[in-house]
Design a protein around this ligand. Structure first.
Ligand SMILES: [Ca+2]
Ligand SMILES: [Ca+2]
Ligand SMILES: [Ca+2]
Ligand SMILES: [Zn+2]
Length: 613
């Protein structure tokens, strides 16, 4: 048998693909223990100048200042923003990677992209038609802190100078600044996006993942859903004591396995659209998929399996609701003592409202999900998979296996349909690739065989992956994907058809990726409830300037937790056990002072000290 030479057309260029993750899922940053990470405060950003159109750099810096004012004015929130030194070097698509997402350079650049060329370079040609902006941490948040960030805003789809440009740009920048602060996407009131009705835009959260076009002049407006999460991260005094928390576990039938990625809404019975908040069990961030479906990304380190929490609710009466609709099933409500996995005993639509007082923490709101009913009712998969990939490329006269080194990596996969589609995998590749919609298909042994068919809904990602394998030697247009499971095996494939250019004339190219899954044991250990802690630490003063060798006293007020705090400084200088900070004898810098509750380590208060001669 003749051995084929190593294929010349497999450059293992995965770099471009990895970058696309920022499009799909901008995380709610969790530290290694599964607690939310916070940005250092004040939040300082550095303006930059685009080579092509310097005015747009100034426009972005001005928008970020306005957006900072919007977030800082949120009730229950104490946060501040500042403009840092401008970056001197003009930025364009040839040098943006020297600044974007670079940890440790002391810069948090605001990168304006006047013509979309940076976004196209980062996410692939044509991305500038769809991607309006990115806000992300520059540094690994697993230590609990965001020290630096990058914001990239694509101005190319915006109209020229006009009221509409100003209004739209401020909404985009306020949204991206929310990501910088550690807020993930929210799907609350998703049905109002692009429904043609401008009057309901105020019910969409700022952190909704896609812009709604129903009112081009819509004012930038924060929803309770935005401000309550921000206040939990950056609380003002009185936030915890004046508001209520709802927390519990989402549990799958039949064995009450805690399940992450369930989308939930907590709604006031008297004001269900405005006094409402979104959350997802496991604190799993949501993103919008290119197929138009909403996906939760699971499997973050330390993820509190199955646990959910909403804090910052004004006192009142609330329902707790598992999202329906988006994946075709009915919404399912918390029904108190009658909660059951059995939909006959506990009809999904039966709600038992909770009455919450100021300072109350209702942490026993466990949802016993049912299995769904009817042909659209597959609410959750109860099988997890170990997945392996294989691939084959064909051109006329030749066929080759895709080398394992350039295949998608093996990993784990959970497919859920609890109000959306959620995936868990050991591989971040799946997290961008697989957003499957599952529909039950009656097999030859009837519905009880639990056979499901599905389609992959993110073909653009697979095209980007295939193009990264071939560079400019191939182009793909047509994608098809299918798969099915009977509960014991999972099988599927993705087929891409295109043209291969290395030769005298283009040839037809077919690339087929197959995946095979076998069931794997699932994590049944529930996360801590409430996962984020309904407590707060507020440090005073928030920011202080002192000279070399000088001392300043910080104080910490703990709400919702017993005990005191431990003090820590990130940066130069020292802080003692009583919050007394001592500056070193030299240098000009800012240090962050951290007070952490001794009984609730997730409750952290931040302050800053500027030291100068
Ligand atoms: Ca940086
Ligand atoms: Ca609307
Ligand atoms: Ca129920
Ligand atoms: Zn976003």
């Amino acid at each position: 048998m003749r051995r084929r030479p190593a294929p010349p057309w497999w450059p293992s260029a995965l770099a471009a693909l990895l970058a696309t993750q920022a499009v799909a899922g901008v995380p709610l940053y969790l530290d290694a223990a599964g607690r939310p990470a916070r940005h250092f405060v004040p939040v300082v950003s550095n303006p930059t100048t685009p080579s092509a159109n310097p005015a747009v750099g100034a426009e972005l810096a001005g928008l970020v200042a306005q957006a900072g004012d919007v977030w800082a004015a949120a009730p229950g929130v104490r946060i501040s923003f500042a403009t840092g030194a401008p970056v001197g070097q003009p930025i364009d698509s040839s040098n943006y990677t020297d600044f974007l997402g670079v940890c440790g350079d002391g810069l948090s650049p605001l990168i304006a992209d006047p013509d979309g060329s940076i976004v196209d370079d980062l996410f692939g040609l044509g991305a500038s038609d769809a991607v309006l902006g990115v806000g992300l941490t520059d540094c690994d948040p697993s230590d609990g802190f965001v020290e630096e960030h990058t914001m990239l805003v694509n101005f190319s789809p915006l109209p020229p100078a006009s009221a509409e440009r100003d209004a739209t740009a401020l909404r985009i920048v306020t949204h991206e600044l929310g990501h910088v602060l550690g807020l993930a996407h929210s799907l609350l009131n998703y049905e109002f996006q692009d429904d043609g009705d401008p009057t309901n835009e105020i019910y969409l959260p700022m952190m909704f993942p896609v812009i709604s076009h129903d009112d081009p002049l819509a004012a930038t407006h924060l929803h309770l859903d935005d401000t309550s999460m921000l206040a939990l991260l950056y609380p003002a005094a009185g936030f915890i004591s004046s508001t209520a928390t709802v927390a519990g576990l989402a549990l799958l039938p039949p064995a009450s396995r805690p399940i992450s990625g369930t989308f939930l809404a907590i709604r006031s019975t008297s004001d269900p659209l405005a006094t409402a908040a979104f959350t997802a069990s496991g604190l799993t961030p949501t993103a919008v998929s290119l197929g138009g479906r909403f996906v939760a990304f699971l499997g973050q380190p330390g993820e509190p399996q199955g646990a959910f929490q909403v804090s910052g609710l004004p006192p009142g009466e609330y329902t707790v609701e598992v999202f329906g609709g988006m994946s075709g099933e009915q919404p399912e409500f918390y029904s108190g003592a009658s909660e059951s996995h059995d939909p006959t005993a506990d009809p999904p639509g039966t709600a038992t409202p909770l009455t919450l007082a100021a300072g109350e923490v209702a942490s026993d709101v466990d949802l016993l999900l049912d299995a769904g009913a009817g042909t659209l009712g597959v609410k959750a998969s109860d099988t997890s998979w170990n997945i392996v990939w294989s691939g084959r490329a064909k051109i006329p006269g030749d066929a080759q296996k895709v080398p394992a080194s350039v295949l998608p990596p093996a990993g784990e996969l959970d497919l859920l349909a609890t109000g959306g589609w959620a995936l868990h995998s050991g591989s971040s590749f799946f997290d961008t690739l697989m957003s499957g919609g599952w529909t039950p298909a009656v097999g030859k042994h009837g519905a009880s065989t639990r056979r499901y068919d599905h389609q992959l809904a993110m073909p653009d990602t697979m095209v980007a992956f295939a193009e990264s394998l071939f560079g400019t030697a191939a182009a793909f247009g047509e994608v098809s994907a299918t798969g099915s499971t009977n509960g014991h095996r999972l099988n599927g494939n993705v087929t891409l058809r295109g043209q291969y250019f290395a030769g005298p004339r283009p040839r037809k190219l077919t690339l087929t990726f197959k995946y095979r899954g076998r069931p794997r044991a699932m994590n049944a250990q529930p996360g801590q409830v409430p996962p984020m802690s309904a407590s707060a630490v507020v440090v005073e003063p928030a920011l202080v300037q002192i000279g070399h060798g000088a001392q300043t006293q910080f104080t910490a007020n703990v709400e919702g937790a017993s005990g005191s705090v431990t003090w820590d400084v990130r940066g130069l200088g020292t802080v003692d056990a009583n919050g007394l900070y001592t500056a070193p004898a030299a240098g000009a810098f800012r240090a962050e002072v951290v007070a952490r509750s001794t009984s609730e380590p997730a409750a952290i208060g931040l302050a800053a000290v500027d030291v100068a001669p």
